[in-house]
Design a protein around this ligand. Structure first.
Ligand SMILES: [Zn+2]
Length: 337
């Protein structure tokens, strides 16, 4: 099962129940953060005619869900629900004609009489003209329509679009939140009764929402990722491989995202391994013990900041940001040197 950011589900459910949900919504976050799964859940919910609410754990609020049985849900399951539009393009960019198709769709009356939904999965690929066409619709939102935009690069959206949407930043869960989610899903999950190793299950589930990435589908990219991973670990543990790492960060388009992903996984591993007190097999120590989880978290924050910066920069400045980032990481890991 795909992990969905539970915190955002609770937040969106509350807004849905209180009928304060914005009519234009941006779900943003790095690739693999779980945006698609969250968007699917939300649109299923909006479409459903008899949604359910469950509050399975005591105090963190209830999550609403589609019933999966009403007419609308059944039509949606068979891909023939008429009042939802998935706005994609076969080209690299989403053009003005695509957005006009969406606007025309919204102007027609809903077939099932309730509301209309549009999902734009690659919102950052909109051309300026397309974005301006969408802007008109966003400026005059109709009461019975919802537009959900997904993007892994919010800096590529026009500020005028961003300002008219409610923004939900989705990150892969780390630390306490991840642990809480795993504990909940382990105790409340019948799958665990089949006798397979609990540890294996934790690890398999923990990383599933990071799986939709090129390094996992392309052998060459995978090799490059492995090499990059090793460089970064050498740098963290021993201060080695700095030049190689810098080159990769500047020249490899995946470099900064990989850095974010690896650090995120290191933080996750820290919590996962330390959560199993009576684990007979001691896991291999990936980063040395001087690097605490606080240090890893600081590095993670520094990488996220640089990632944000670099998207708005040209190639020349990429070098500068990468150099600054490595210096920052070095200062965090080895404050005395
Ligand atoms: Zn339903």
């Amino acid at each position: 099962m795909l992990q969905i950011c539970r915190e955002k589900q609770v937040q969106l459910s509350r807004q849905y129940q209180q009928q304060t949900l914005a009519h234009a919504i941006i779900l943003q976050g790095i690739a693999g953060a779980g945006k698609d799964a969250l968007a699917k859940w939300l649109i299923d919910l909006l479409i459903c005619q008899q949604p359910l609410s469950s509050s399975d754990s005591a105090d963190d609020g209830s999550i609403s869900r589609a019933c999966e049985q009403c007419k609308a849900c059944l039509l949606r399951k068979s891909n023939s629900y008429p009042d939802h539009l998935l706005l994609t393009s076969e080209n690299k960019t989403l053009g003005v004609d695509d957005v006009r198709r969406g606007n025309a769709f919204l102007e027609k009356t809903a077939h099932l009489g309730r509301l209309k939904t549009i999902l734009i999965p690659q919102a950052q690929t909109m051309t300026i003209a397309a974005a301006n066409a969408l802007l008109k619709t966003l400026e005059e939102p109709s009461a019975n329509s919802y537009i959900v935009l997904i993007t892994d690069d919010i800096e590529c959206l026009l500020p005028t679009i961003i300002s008219r949407c409610a923004i939900y930043a989705i990150r892969p869960m780390v630390g306490e939140a991840l642990l809480a989610q795993l504990t909940t899903s382990l105790h409340g999950n019948s799958q665990i009764a089949n006798g397979s190793s609990i540890n294996g299950k934790i690890n398999a589930n923990a990383f599933v929402n990071l799986s939709q990435l090129p390094e996992l589908t392309d052998e060459d990219v995978f090799q490059a990722f492995q090499a990059f991973n090793q460089c970064f670990l050498d740098y963290l543990n021993h201060g080695q491989s700095e030049a190689t790492l810098l080159n990769q960060l500047v020249d490899n388009k995946h470099g900064l995202r990989w850095l974010e992903k690896i650090t995120c996984n290191l933080v996750r591993q820290y919590y996962l391994f330390n959560s199993s007190d009576n684990d007979p097999e001691q896991p291999t120590q990936i980063v040395n013990q001087k690097i605490s989880v606080q240090v890893l978290n600081q590095i993670y924050q520094a990488i996220i900041s640089s990632n944000k910066l670099i998207k708005s920069y040209t190639q020349a400045n990429r070098q500068f940001v990468a150099e600054q980032l490595l210096m920052t990481i070095n200062d965090i890991v080895r404050p005395s040197t």
